[in-house]
Design a protein around this ligand. Structure first.
Ligand SMILES: [Zn+2]
Length: 58
C-alpha cells in the first residue's frame, strides 16, 4: 500500500509521472490529470513563444 501525494488516497501502486521535468509518484487518477496538465502547460508555452517570436520579427 502507498499513499498518493496528489489526493491522499491509499492506492495499491503509485505511478511515476514527469510533471514540469520532475518525477512525481501519484495514483493513476492523479497521474492522468498531471499528464494532461503538463501537456496543456507545454502547449500554452509554445503559444506564448510563437507570439513573442511574431512580435520580435516586427
Ligand atoms: Zn491520487
Amino acid at each position: 500500500m502507498a499513499v498518493c501525494k496528489g489526493c491522499g488516497d491509499d492506492v495499491e501502486a503509485l505511478v511515476s509521472v514527469k510533471v514540469g521535468g520532475k518525477a512525481k509518484k501519484l495514483c493513476e487518477d492523479c497521474a492522468d490529470r498531471a499528464r494532461e496538465e503538463s501537456e496543456v502547460a507545454e502547449a500554452s508555452e509554445s503559444v506564448v513563444q510563437n507570439m513573442m517570436g511574431f512580435k520580435g520579427r516586427r
